[in-house]
Each structure stands twice: as structure tokens, then as C-alpha cells.
Design a protein around this ligand. Structure first.
Ligand SMILES: [Fe+2]
Ligand SMILES: [Fe+2]
Length: 305
């Protein structure tokens, strides 16, 4: 049996190109974010992101999951720069992007990340959830990014998206696959402050408890978080968060990191999931292995009932 290698990277916060903001932005949330960015631009460094991307490419993953915040203000110039960065990263069919709150900062009359459509899913539209099937793995891509009031970084899935997710997780065509859910905001209580939380996280956890999933990956917290969400019949679903892929680690968050997730389907039907954490060595400036662990799949029966 084969091992599916899924790389998880998040919150690159690509540096804003010159002219990222225009005069129309002066009265919008983008201006406040620009001021906040000036304070923290030393934390997110493009050369660190380049080091981690080179390390990730050397790992030769089967698929890359990016859980949002590619930009800072979701301005058209930034969205185009992020699109070019995604193009350089690899083929769109091998990369899935779940947008973050910074990618939908202001109400643009529609999702501003439409230019990223090839990386959102296989359906050629910026709608959610989308399901991508890759070699025994089903990737359910959600979008919790939504414009918010000033000083808020909350997320919301909405009743329609949750209803569609419920139906797709229940689809028998995908139930026997290894089901990975991607979302920017952590779907667990207490992972971030209320100002940054997923507003309808209770509703998402109810869907997961009813329909199940094998793994949830998120960003947004800029922390390495390991949690669980209840699944059906008392089984627990692992929930993993990865720090920003561009962080120096000089602030309150850790230095840049990405995770290699190895989904090993054995001949007897057992699935073993290993996580390899790789990230920045602040001393050398190089990428290095930070540790590895096996995720308990005790909650997943070898043969689904
Ligand atoms: Fe972020
Ligand atoms: Fe975020």
C-alpha cells in the first residue's frame, strides 16, 4: 500500500507589493491593517518563507494544503502577487487553498480571492465546500473567511456551507476515503480569543460529530496546536494547527514551520498517520526537522461500519 504525503503550510502573509493600497482604501479596514502590518512586517519575512518552501518541495508531497492568510489586506495587487506565488509553488491540482480572514478583509461585493479559483477546488468556481479526491484521500475545503468589523478577525462558515458540508461528509461515495477537512479558523474552543474565533464553531463541531472526518487542519492561530473534536460513536477527530510559514519567531508566536502528514494505508486496512514537523532553525536560518509523532487513529475503525 502507498503513503500519501500531505504538506500543511499556513499564514504566509506574503509581503505587500508596492501600491498594494489605493486611495479607496484610506477609509476602509485595509488602512488599519496596513498600520498593523507596519508594526509586524519584520515578523513575516519572504526569505524565511522561501527557505520553507524549498524545504517543502524537497519533501515532494503528493498534495499541499494552505490554510489561508496568503495576503494582508486582500487588495487586488496582493491577490495577484499571491496568485503568482501559488503558480510558482506547483500545479493547481496539487495545491488546495482555504482562504483566511486577511484574504477577505473588506466586502468587495463578492469573494476577493476569485483569482485563486484553480487552487480552491476542481469545480472552477469560488464556492465552498469543495471536495478533491486524490489517491484515497478526500479533501473537504471550507471557507471561514468573511469580511468583519474593525478590530475583529472572526470567521464564519454560514448555514448554507455547513449544510452542504453535512451532505458531502455523509456521501457514501467518500465515506471509505481518508477525509481531511481544511479551514482557516480553528474549530475548537479556546484556541484563539473571541475576537479571532470561528463564530459558528459549535455548528461545525455538530456536523463533525454527526458525519465524522479523519483529520482537520487549520491556521490563523500562528501556533502549533494539537486538539480533538468529537466524532461519531465517541471517536475523536484530530485537529492540527500549524504556525505561520514566514514567521521569524521574535514575537509571541513561534518561528516558521510546516508539517508533513504521512497517511499510511496498510494492507490490513489499518491507517497510520505520522506528522513530521519541519521549520526554521533561528540560529542557522536553515530548515530542520523539529520533531515527529504518530497521530492516534484509535477513533477510526479499520473498516468503516
Ligand atoms: Fe494569519
Ligand atoms: Fe487569520
Amino acid at each position: 500500500m502507498s503513503i500519501f504525503r500531505l504538506a500543511h503550510l499556513s499564514d504566509p502573509h506574503l509581503p505587500p507589493p508596492k501600491g498594494a493600497l489605493g486611495w479607496r482604501d484610506l477609509l476602509s479596514k485595509r488602512l488599519l491593517s496596513r498600520i498593523a502590518w507596519r508594526r509586524k512586517r519584520d515578523e513575516h519575512r519572504p526569505e524565511i518563507l522561501a527557505t520553507l518552501v524549498a524545504d517543502l518541495k524537497a519533501y515532494a508531497p503528493d498534495h499541499v494544503a494552505i490554510t489561508g492568510d496568503l495576503t494582508n489586506f486582500a487588495s487586488p495587487v496582493e491577490l495577484e502577487a499571491a496568485r503568482l506565488w501559488l503558480e510558482a509553488l506547483g500545479p493547481a491540482r496539487d495545491i488546495t487553498v482555504s482562504p483566511g480572514n486577511h484574504d477577505a478583509l473588506v466586502d468587495a461585493g463578492g469573494p476577493p480571492f476569485v483569482p485563486w479559483t484553480p487552487w480552491l477546488g476542481d469545480h472552477g468556481e469560488a464556492s465552498f465546500p469543495q471536495v478533491r479526491i486524490r489517491d484515497g484521500v478526500a479533501i473537504f475545503n471550507l471557507c471561514s473567511a468573511t469580511p468583519t468589523a474593525l478590530h475583529l478577525a472572526t470567521g464564519r462558515l454560514g448555514a448554507d456551507q455547513l449544510s452542504r458540508l453535512d451532505a458531502r461528509l455523509a456521501d457514501p461515495a467518500w465515506c471509505d476515503l481518508f477525509r481531511v477537512v481544511l479551514i482557516h479558523h480553528p474549530p475548537v474552543a479556546g484556541a484563539v480569543s473571541a475576537r479571532k474565533a470561528l463564530e459558528d464553531q459549535d455548528d461545525l463541531r455538530a456536523v463533525l460529530a454527526r458525519r465524522g472526518a479523519d483529520l482537520v487542519l487549520h491556521g490563523h492561530a500562528h501556533e502549533a496546536l494539537v486538539a480533538t473534536a468529537p466524532g461519531p460513536d465517541g471517536r475523536m477527530i484530530p485537529v492540527l494547527g500549524v504556525p505561520s510559514a514566514s514567521a521569524q519567531g521574535h514575537g509571541r508566536h513561534p518561528a516558521a514551520r510546516w508539517h508533513g502528514i504521512e497517511i499510511d494505508r496498510r494492507a490490513d486496512g489499518e491507517i497510520v498517520v505520522k506528522v513530521v514537523a519541519r521549520g526554521l532553525d533561528p540560529t542557522s536560518g536553515q530548515a530542520m526537522e523539529l520533531g515527529r509523532y504518530v497521530l492516534s487513529q484509535a477513533g477510526r475503525p479499520a473498516q468503516r461500519p
